[in-house]
Design a protein around this ligand. Structure first.
Ligand code: PLP
Length: 366
């Protein structure tokens, strides 16, 4: 559905939707509007449960401990609210944490330790600094794929560091589903949040929260599920599936997106490998020095840039938008980075066009 007059190199921020998936989403909405009571009273829970089974299987999660949320941001808020925190508690996270998530952490009133993770990225360094920070911590919050720098964190090495100290782990996997072959349950985190509307190309307003066994997550908005015995026997589902009348279409369309994107090529392995190879070709076309090993890169890559005097990161982003390029320019520890995304609809010549425009704007790719 992307307009051809814009070069879309930012799948990572908001995703993009196939027209066939969008059409199916509209059909779901029409069904809801045509007979709302029949829909919500008779069909909704059954259809939601079926979508849940499909979405959970795609990311290797257990449906009984999986709930849909409108976005990863909401999933993070639910997870954080389920852990009582005080000013004497310490949360460990890294300097790559997504700003909206950082705001949520700071709102808890706990002390936040931002473990420094320099660029170029060295996963051994990250494992060592997290290990050194964890004694006495109350919570570990990690990205699966970082936002400003597009790095895949080695969770299989990091989560056990907290597990063996009995510290709960919250993973922000906003970018992981569709970019990585995910096995959420095997990672062993206490809470894992992800998005369907980014790399899985589902309609906007669909994400998930998956929780470890025996973890209670009270709703942020109490609704009918607060009445004992109301809704499904699974209390997590009863309390979190419904927080008031809402549009279920983006969630119910997740299985449609899973099938439709795969059908564009052969399967999701192809999608991931295609995007991984293409984003590295983009980086080469920009003549950029990689900030990490290819194994720490999925379908996005951040490159360092130098701006001409007087041009801020947000002004550069605006100029690129005006020139027809959707690509985020972010500041990481006061260092400007350009983050480029690759999906099935992208082509290598788009990187050449971006390189020319950056040059015209006086930006140097490092
Ligand atoms: C690492 C990370 N976490 C969370 C989010 C928030 O996602 P949403 O806006 O869908 O809640 C983003 C969005 O880009 C992100 O990059």
């Amino acid at each position: 559905m992307l307009t051809p007059d814009v070069v879309h190199l930012n799948h990572g921020s908001f995703g993009a939707c196939l027209r066939s998936v969008f059409t199916e989403t509209s059909h779901i909405r029409e069904r809801v509007e045509a007979a709302p009571m029949r829909y919500y009273v008779r069909d909704w829970q059954r259809e939601l449960d079926a979508a849940r089974v499909s979405a959970a299987a795609f990311v290797g999660a257990v449906p009984e401990r999986f709930v849909f949320v409108p976005s990863a941001t909401t999933g993070l808020a639910l997870a954080l609210a389920s852990l009582p925190l005080t000013a004497s508690d310490r949360i460990v996270t890294t300097t790559h944490v997504y700003p909206a998530c950082r705001n949520q952490l700071e709102r808890t009133g706990a002390q936040i330790q931002y473990v420094p993770t320099p660029l170029p990225f060295d996963d051994d360094q990250l494992v060592a600094v997290i290990d050194a920070a964890l004694d006495g911590a109350r919570l570990l919050v990690l990205d699966h794929i970082t936002s400003p720098s597009a790095l895949i964190y080695p969770l299989a090495r990091l989560v056990p560091l907290a597990q063996r100290r009995g510290i709960p782990v919250l993973i922000d996997g906003a970018h992981a589903p569709g970019q990585l072959p995910l096995e959420v349950e095997a990672l062993g985190a206490t809470w894992y949040v992800g998005n369907h509307h980014k790399w899985m190309c589902a309609p906007k307003a669909s994400g998930f929260l998956a929780v470890a066994p025996d973890i209670a997550v009270p709703p942020l908005v109490t609704s009918h599920g607060g009445t004992a015995g109301y809704g499904p026997a699974n209390r997590l589902h009863a309390e979190l599936d419904w927080s008031g009348t809402y549009d279920p279409a983006p969630i119910l369309a997740v299985p449609v997106a899973i099938r439709a994107v795969a059908a564009e090529v052969s399967d999701w392995t192809f999608v991931r490998e295609h995007n991984h190879v293409l984003v590295q070709a983009f980086t080469e076309a920009l003549d950029a020095t990689a900030l990490s090993a290819p194994s720490a890169i999925g379908s996005m890559q951040a490159v360092a840039i130098e701006l001409p005097a007087g041009l801020t990161t947000s002004a550069l982003e605006q100029r690129l938008l005006a020139a027809g390029f959707e690509v985020p320019i972010v500041g990481y520890l006061d260092r400007p980075l350009l983050r480029i995304s690759a999906h099935l609809y992208n082509h290598l010549d788009e990187a050449d066009a971006l390189a020319r425009t950056l040059h015209e704007l006086g930006v140097t790719v490092l």
